[in-house]
Design a protein around this ligand. Structure first.
Ligand code: HAM
Length: 459
């Protein structure tokens, strides 16, 4: 295994020194979130000039993901943010951009940690560690959570970002590949995004790639001087990644390059054709893209990416995935463990929702605001509000000792659907006026949580 670049590893004594420095330097400044990360606030906000949806919109998206994936029988798995560095390096591949330059990795007491840059390798680790094959022969596992990559932050590309994804482990059927793709597309449709472009390719089995790699190297070597510095470096180490290039001269060169499809076995070709037939069957349109190779080394056979014109062309990938039949053995499995999955970027999904004008709006207004005329009834008010909440009514009361007028203004500001004003007289009589803020009508109600619930939340 190649040794990790030492610049990624921080010794504890370095950390202590730097922490002391940071604290001193920052003491006089106000703290801000780290570049490439952002806060999700109760309402929409902006970070580095980008719009960040509010937390209710995030919850709506997450709920939709859970609903759609749940319909396929996928069950949630949660793995730690911290993983052993070697798992990620072996799983994703030492020569990938992610492992060679984008990991947030550090060392503490002889253990090498990495903030997970993706979730497929961690899910496979958990599957093997907990012998999940013994629980079900095919595991369909989904996740939603943060990932970390030290990329140059820009629109649609962050250092802490969030993925949802699915891993089907223990199945080598083409039907599984098709299901993973259809469930991915279903999530976008459920959120109102139809402007989608699916690119698919087959990478063949483990025998196809070495022969293709050699053929591609032989073809490109005479043109080495025409290649960009990055591609020249990749030519020796990881030539398949050159296929991803956006450089016009390189794209032109690649038009005449050997094609991967000519190196795959008949069986791989048949699998690929069967997948395309299934996609046709469910009406998912696709583009066959022989240049699609993906940026992680664990893929074999099917590879795909989902794009949208709703995103800027630089970061147009909403989601991506494919089959990774060899990952399990790469990280220590004794038995063959075929698998296929996808992951999607939630921030990019929000960018697409924003351009489509479909950011979900969630009603977070309280059902009732209890306006208090005096402070004498504090214990009563606390108990009354508690009873309302226990009955299922969302209820707010004044927490700042404000005047009745100021409380009414606050009730308006939070968009309360009803207001009830309670003072000594109301407490004594056990009844008060309930005002419907939408139409301004008032009615007498008893101060009973059940009665108020019926009026505030009609079935
Ligand atoms: P990936 O293509 O590296 O694949 O990432 C999946 C998605 O995560 C991308 O399409 C993009 O939407 C989002 N993404 C990646 N990096 C960033 C970033 N820096 N900022 C914002 N969004 C980002 C994987 O991670 C594989 N684990 C997918 C997979 C699952 N393959 C099989 N199973």
């Amino acid at each position: 295994m190649r040794k990790l670049n030492s610049s990624h590893i921080d010794s504890p004594s370095n950390q202590v020194q730097r922490n002391a420095y940071d604290v001193k330097k920052q003491a006089a400044e106000s703290f801000r979130s780290i570049k490439g990360t952002f806060d999700v606030l109760p309402t929409a906000s902006s970070a580095d000039g980008r719009a960040i949806a509010g937390s209710a919109a995030w919850r709506h998206v997450e709920r939709t993901v859970v609903d759609v994936l749940g319909r396929y029988g996928a069950r949630e798995i949660r793995t730690p943010i911290l993983e052993p560095t070697a798992l990620i390096a072996r799983g994703i591949g030492q020569l990938t951009d992610i492992v060679s330059k984008e990991m947030f990795a550090f060392e503490r007491e002889d253990t090498h940690y990495v903030l997970r840059p993706e979730v497929t390798a961690p899910v496979m680790r958990a599957y093997l560690q907990h012998h999940l094959d013994q629980e079900r022969s095919v595991q369909k596992l989904f996740y939603i959570g943060p990932c970390f990559r030290a990329e140059r932050p820009q629109k649609g590309r962050y250092r802490q970002f969030h993925q949802f994804g699915v891993e089907y482990i223990g199945t080598d059927t083409v039907r599984a590949d098709a299901e993973v793709i259809t469930m991915m597309v279903d999530v976008y449709h459920a959120l109102g995004i139809d402007d989608l472009r699916l690119r698919v390719n087959t990478l063949g089995d483990e025998n196809a790639r070495p022969a293709f790699k050699e053929a591609l190297q032989s073809y490109l070597r005479p043109f080495a001087d025409d290649l960009s510095e990055t591609s020249r470096r990749r030519l020796d180490e990881n030539p398949l990644r050159i296929l991803d290039t956006k450089n016009p001269r390189e794209r032109e060169l690649l038009e005449e390059a050997p094609s991967l499809i000519n190196f795959v076995s008949t069986e791989s070709r048949d699998r690929y054709d069967a997948l395309l037939e299934m996609l046709d069957g469910v009406g998912i349109r696709y583009i066959e893209d022989p240049f699609l190779v993906r940026g992680l080394d664990y893929y074999t056979e099917t590879a795909f990416e989902l794009e949208s014109d709703l995103l800027d062309s630089a970061q147009s990938a909403l989601a991506g995935g494919g089959r990774y039949d060899l990952l399990a053995s790469e990280i220590g499995a004794k038995n063959p463990t075929p698998a296929v999955g996808f992951a999607a970027g939630i921030e990019r999904l929000f960018l697409a929702l924003e351009s489509a004008g479909k950011i979900p709006v969630t009603d977070e207004r309280p059902d009732i605001f209890v306006v208090l005329v005096d402070n004498e009834g504090d214990a009563w008010a606390t108990s009354f509000a508690h009873q309302l909440r226990a009955a299922g009514v969302s209820c707010e009361i004044d927490l700042s000792g404000r005047s009745v007028k100021a409380q009414m203004r606050e009730a308006n500001r939070v968009g309360a659907k009803h207001v009830i004003v309670v003072g000594e007289t109301e407490r004594a009589s056990g009844s008060a006026k309930l005002k419907n803020m939408a139409d301004g009508t008032e009615r007498d109600v008893s101060l009973s949580a059940d009665e108020i619930r019926l009026l505030c939340i009609p079935d």
